[in-house]
Ligand binder design. Structure first.
Ligand SMILES: [Ca+2]
Ligand SMILES: [Ca+2]
Length: 96
């Protein structure tokens, strides 16, 4: 569905799923996925793989991340992504 997610500071992992989602995060290294994706971590807890799932469905997401090094996959749809200061990696549609 259409979700509104507000996360504070810190290292957040957000998978909003289908629908037009509104996601806001604070400072920290965030991983934000507007639609569906699979995250794989190694034994040390480091994210090693992030793959979009179900790439034909997705909503129009609004994503605002705070400062920090963020990784954002907006997924399908007309998405609006705004990052703060930091080294952000933004994928507008699907990616891995
Ligand atoms: Ca959703
Ligand atoms: Ca989307």
């Amino acid at each position: 569905g259409n979700d509104t997610v507000k996360a504070g500071d810190g290292h957040n992992r957000i998978l909003a799923g289908a629908g037009g989602d509104n996601i806001t995060t604070g400072s920290g290294e965030d991983v934000v996925v507007g639609d569906n994706a699979s995250l794989t971590y190694n034994n040390a807890g480091v994210l090693v793989e992030l793959i979009s799932l179900d790439t034909t469905t997705g909503g129009n997401d609004t994503i605002n991340t705070g400062n920090g090094d963020n990784l954002i996959i907006a997924g399908a749809g007309n998405d609006d992504v705004t990052g703060g200061t930091g080294n952000d990696v933004v994928v507008g549609d699907s990616g891995s």
